[in-house]
Write a protein that binds this ligand. Structure first.
Ligand SMILES: Cc1cc2nc3c(=O)[nH]c(=O)nc-3n(C[C@H](O)[C@H](O)[C@H](O)COP(=O)(O)OP(=O)(O)OC[C@H]3O[C@@H](n4cnc5c(N)ncnc54)[C@H](O)[C@@H]3O)c2cc1C
Length: 304
């Protein structure tokens, strides 16, 4: 591991933290220590690091995990003996060419929406209030209010396992419900481009505020959470199924089904990944017994 640390330091490739924890970098606040957390300061420097990583014979000993804003991640309590790379601190955030946006993958959607609104561009307001990065949103094909990021998506520039940059157009992204080719092919999103709409700033902000107010009313945003835990299975409503089997408020250790929204599992403070897994299993069993439906998790499980 020291060779990676020294390489990043010697070449000034960004910020590093040793022995931090998934508790600090995920919205659920759960998970074990991370050997090395690396924030590249530019895409160019990340590519330099990645080249060193894939050509190093030790890379198999130390897995690499790409983290967005950690808003959809449940990490195990075990130490992660590897490198977590977070692209949130990249220098260039976005470029606007007419109503086409090219954004770095680490940009947070909330700040992006406000910044674009000032320039008179909207069209992604439905994503307001999601605490996520562009890379995470594209990877998960995140959506809300009947829309998904794939509706705005044009193309992405990604790094493949061999260290080559490839361009992927929308038709080849294999977007499905909370899925894309990124997970399947273990790609790393560097940049993505989107189609926007020319709009009045006030109109955009009105829409954004409405969406955020709605989320505050319905979701347990004061608690540590990872958004909806289970996928919706049309035509059923997942939270209603969880509610009707009596799981609302059900608690194991410090992991609890939110009283505000039954599809949000929250960390009351010191929940372990095991508390969360037991709670997930309990809900899945109850729902399966009553409705004969298997609730599939939306979260990404890391280091289990
Ligand atoms: C309060 C709250 C509300 C939410 N509301 C919604 C909602 O309305 N709709 C919805 O769909 N989701 C929602 N979510 C879930 C979550 O925000 C989304 O899944 C989001 O897309 C995750 O983005 P992230 O940047 O946090 O990614 P992370 O959670 O950090 O990562 C998610 C996955 O994407 C991968 N990834 C991240 N960046 C990259 C990259 N650059 N290249 C390759 N892989 C990458 C990670 O490896 C991981 O597999 C919510 C979460 C919270 C906490």
């Amino acid at each position: 591991m020291m060779e990676y640390i020294n390489y990043i330091k010697d070449h000034n490739l960004g910020e590093i933290f040793e022995n931090t924890s998934f508790k600090e970098v995920t919205t659920l606040g759960i998970g074990g220590n991370i050997c090395l957390l690396y924030y590249p300061n530019s895409i160019k420097n990340f590519l330099t690091f990645y080249d060193f990583y894939i050509n190093n014979t030790n890379n198999k000993l130390f897995p690499l995990f790409i983290l967005g804003n950690g808003s959809n991640v449940l990490a195990s309590d075990k130490p992660f003996v590897g490198i977590v790379v977070c692209l949130k601190k990249i220098d260039i955030q976005y470029i606007l060419i007419g109503n086409n946006l090219i954004a770095s993958s680490g940009v947070l959607i909330s700040s992006l929406i406000y910044s674009l609104a000032k320039k008179g561009y909207g069209g992604m307001e439905y994503l307001s209030g999601i605490p996520a990065t562009i890379g995470g949103l594209v990877t998960m094909n995140a959506g809300a209010y009947g829309k998904e990021i794939s509706d705005n998506f044009i193309e992405a520039w990604c790094l493949n396992k061999d260290g080559n940059i490839i361009n992927i157009k929308k038709d080849n992204m294999d977007f499905k419900y909370r899925k894309s080719i990124i997970q399947k092919e273990h790609l790393i999103v560097l940049y993505a481009s989107f189609i926007l709409e020319a709009k009045n700033e006030k109109e955009i902000l009105l829409e954004v505020n409405k969406k955020i107010k709605n989320r505050k009313e319905k979701q347990p945003l004061k608690e540590k959470n990872g958004g909806c835990t289970f996928k919706n299975i049309v035509p059923f409503s997942t939270w209603q199924m969880i509610d009707s089997v009596g799981c609302r408020g059900y608690r194991i250790g410090d992991a609890q089904v939110s009283n505000k929204h039954a599809n949000f599992l929250i960390n009351l403070g010191n929940a372990t990944s095991n508390d969360m897994l037991l709670l997930i299993k309990h809900i899945q069993n109850e729902v399966k017994n009553r409705f004969n439906v298997f609730l599939d998790c939306e979260w990404v499980f890391v280091n289990f």
